[in-house]
Write a protein that binds this ligand. Structure first.
Ligand SMILES: NC(=O)C1=CN([C@@H]2O[C@H](COP(=O)(O)OP(=O)(O)OC[C@H]3O[C@@H](n4cnc5c(N)ncnc54)[C@H](O)[C@@H]3O)[C@@H](O)[C@H]2O)[C@@H](O)CC1
Ligand SMILES: [K+]
Length: 480
């Protein structure tokens, strides 16, 4: 079984919580399953449960509860004070454990770790460090790991042997576990151990639908120190229309892009620049729409940005489409939207068609709520080697292999401009993330902002309201 990354695990847990199986229930399931496995393997005896102050420790408290209820003698060594235990289910569980009368020995300093408890027990449950650990263990965890390894008692580690860095699979000093009971799927580095994988009840929807897990590990402004590190996005749009590229640009900023440049035909550029002082606008030639002679200047601009969004407001003049056809292959990362989603245009990167545009491109006849959409969108993405963000209700994202259905958004968003907003967000995320991740996160956060706008303004919401709510949605879910 292929190991799951720490980030993917965190994403699944965030989705699980969002779709109805809470973090607390996952921990309850993890601890109960671990206790059941232990009970099946070891007859009643005296168990030392060594716990950290994070959620791995929380799993340990739950395991301790079930072992105690099954008649085992249980002592908990907590590497820290009760007041340091992570808020949420871990803290709730240590309170329950104490209420049950299970003794808890608090150790902050290495010399406070009671060696005799390690040497005198029949079984050790290691719940010190899990997937939240990185690097090398600090005290008192280090001493506890040594004592566990020096003890004659068998060692059962929860999720990973403490000290194993599940991000890298490396281990400088870690518990020499006789058995690892790992949750949902094996983590990196467990191939050296005897492992039992237990199910913790993550609901099916956490896999099939896009939830806040899409925001886990998303890289954007705030993750980089250097100027422009948060993402430089170029928007090529405007001509017959001016609002659409401006909206995409503002949305990109609000989603976390650091620098957004709008390149538009001269007349449109002047109008776009007047919308907001936040916008950087680069005028193209004097023509009223994008033309082929704009390509050299755009080529230079493209080379100075991480990603490009092209399409909104460009119109469908044959010369514009011919220029777009030359521009797209110059982009390493393109989000192709709106007017340029035409069969003669070479597709790459991410395409963001609405239902009508998708049908035009693919020859399909999907309706906006079509249940066949997932498979059709997957097939189209595989054939064209693109990531497709299909703007039906619900939205569907596929890279030709995986397909995910979005869980946010509302009928109030069926208003002009929300597509431009979504394309801008997608571009912002694409600057620093892979195409599928960017498209999933964009679909989710655009819908989440739209849901906040809908709560505020109901069917009176307009696309700029979605932009207004974007930073709040990003803030709420970014570290989901
Ligand atoms: N998030 C969830 O919903 C679930 C998490 N689960 C458990 O939670 C674990 C992850 O929990 P957390 O993210 O809270 O992290 P962990 O509990 O794995 O680790 C965090 C703790 O380790 C300490 N720590 C970090 N680096 C250290 C170092 N170098 N030296 C010494 N101590 C260090 C931190 O101070 C913190 O107390 C998983 O491995 C799993 O066991 C399970 O309960 C299932 C559900
Ligand atoms: K552990």
């Amino acid at each position: 079984m292929k190991p799951i990354t720490v980030e993917d695990m965190r994403a699944l847990e965030a989705n699980s919580d969002y779709f109805g199986v809470s973090y607390g229930e996952l921990m309850e399931n993890a601890g109960r399953k671990a206790a059941e496995s232990i009970i099946a393997l070891f007859k009643r005896c005296n168990v030392l449960v060594v716990c950290g102050t994070g959620n791995n420790g929380g799993d340990g408290f739950v395991t301790a509860r079930f072992l105690r209820e099954a008649g085992y003698g249980v002592l908990i060594v907590l590497l820290g004070r009760v007041g340091q235990v992570k808020e949420g289910p871990a803290l709730a569980n240590i309170e329950i454990v104490r209420g049950m009368g299970i003794p808890v020995v608090e150790s902050i300093l290495p010399e406070e770790v009671p060696k005799e408890a390690f040497d005198g027990c029949d079984l050790i449950v290691d719940a010190v460090l899990g997937t939240g650990f990185q690097g090398t263990p600090r005290e008192p965890a280090r001493t506890a790991i040594r004592y566990m390894n020096q003890s004659p008692a068998p060692r059962v580690s929860l999720d990973v042997p403490s000290g194993l860095d599940a991000h890298t699979g490396e281990c400088a000093e870690c518990v020499d576990a006789d058995l690892v009971i790992t949750f949902y799927a094996p983590k990196k580095g467990l191939d050296r151990y005897k492992v039992e994988v237990v199910d913790i009840g993550i609901p099916k929807k956490a896999f099939t639908h896009i939830g806040p897990g899409s925001m886990v590990g998303l890289r954007s402004r705030g993750d980089f120190v250097e100027k422009g590190g948060g993402g430089r996005l170029l928007i090529i749009g405007g001509g017959p229309y001016t609002g659409a590229p401006a909206m995409a640009a503002m949305a990109a900023y609000r989603a976390g892009a650091e620098i957004v440049t709008v390149a538009a035909p001269k007349r449109a550029a002047d109008i776009i620049a007047s919308f907001s002082p936040d916008l950087i606008v680069r005028p193209l030639s004097d023509e009223d729409f994008l033309v082929e002679k704009d390509v050299p200047m755009l080529k230079e601009l493209i080379s100075r940005h991480h990603a490009v969004v092209i399409g909104m407001g460009l119109g469908r003049e044959p010369e514009t489409l011919a220029a777009a056809g030359r521009i797209i292959p110059l982009c390493e990362r393109a989000v192709i939207d709106a007017d340029v989603l035409q069969t003669e245009i070479p597709l790459s990167g991410i395409v963001t068609p609405n239902v009508h545009e998708f049908n035009r491109l693919s020859g399909e006849t999907l309706g906006p709520k079509d249940t066949a959409a997932a498979e059709k969108v997957r097939k189209f993405s595989a054939q064209n080697k693109v990531v497709t963000l299909w703007k039906g209700s619900p939205a569907v994202v596929s890279d030709g292999n995986e397909v995910k259905i979005n869980s946010t958004g509302n009928p109030g968003m069926a208003v002009g401009g929300t597509g431009d907003v979504l394309a801008g967000i997608t571009g912002a995320f694409y600057c620093r993330n892979d195409a599928f991740k960017a498209a999933c996160a964009a679909a989710f956060i655009s819908g989440a902002a739209g849901d906040m706008a809908f709560e505020d303004k109901g069917y009176g919401l307009v696309a700029t309201d979605v932009i207004h709510w974007l930073p709040y949605a990003v803030k709420r879910y970014r570290h989901a």
